[in-house]
Design a protein around this ligand. Structure first.
Ligand code: HEC
Length: 198
């Protein structure tokens, strides 16, 4: 029996050598397969994904009522508060500092201690972001600067720009590229109403 051990050891050695060689040649073919893979998702696709998971539609897209409750009306995607809609009357004593903040029915307008704000038109129409540069978009999203311009007012609630200050450059660019690729919708969103003028 003892005399068999060296033979078994040699056989095992051979098997391992073969296995190694095979896996080396396997890695070559892996490399080839990798090179043949389709290109990575485009920046616009990534932007679409990010806009979806970051909830921009919650406030910037009007809703339609369905059997499952309100859903974003994609025919009006990201057009902001529809300028032909009338808001119900507001009792200013309800929304003075320290009291309630309220939304309109489809969450495209809100009133609170900051006054009334209307979700902006994010489509590439000139009444939306059509004339915006990427730099303006970046300033608006990460510094809260209205229209991304120096010396203007700050962007008001409930736009959660503070959540976006640490967004990676490539993600921000992807969101901008997606927004510039969607159907343009003409919609001049009203300017905010200050608290004293409710
Ligand atoms: C909770 C509601 C809400 C969410 C979520 C939201 N926004 Fe807004 N956004 C608003 C409102 C309201 C305004 C208008 C604020 C104002 O007039 O100061 C606004 C304004 C803007 C503006 C224009 C600012 C300007 O200078 O006029 C941009 C650009 C914008 N939002 C982009 C986005 C993007 C992109 C997302 C998703 C990543 C998003 N918003 C998510 C409510 C929201």
């Amino acid at each position: 029996m003892k005399t068999l051990y060296p033979i078994i050891a040699i056989c095992l050695g051979l098997i391992f050598t073969c296995a190694c060689e095979e896996s080396e040649s396997g890695s070559d073919s892996d490399k080839a397969a990798h090179e043949e893979q389709p290109p990575q998702e485009s920046s616009i696709e990534r932007g679409s994904y990010l806009v979806g998971i970051m909830g921009c539609n919650d406030c910037h897209t009007p809703k339609k009522m369905t059997d499952h409750g309100p859903e974003p009306d994609l025919a009006k995607m990201l057009m902001g508060f529809p300028s032909d809609e009338e808001l119900p009357e507001i009792d200013p004593t309800e929304v003075t500092p320290g009291k309630w903040a309220l939304f309109n029915g489809d969450l495209t307008a809100a009133v609170g201690p900051w006054g009334i704000t209307y979700a902006a038109n994010l489509t590439p129409h000139e009444s939306g972001l059509g004339a915006w540069s990427y730099e303006q978009f970046k300033n608006a999203m990460t510094k809260g600067m209205h229209k991304g311009l120096e010396g203007g007012r700050m962007i008001l609630p409930p736009m959660p720009w503070q959540n976006y200050v640490n967004m990676k450059e490539e993600d921000l660019r992807a969101v901008f590229e997606f927004l510039q690729s969607i159907p343009p919708i003409e919609n001049v969103v009203p300017a905010p109403v200050p608290p004293g003028e409710l």
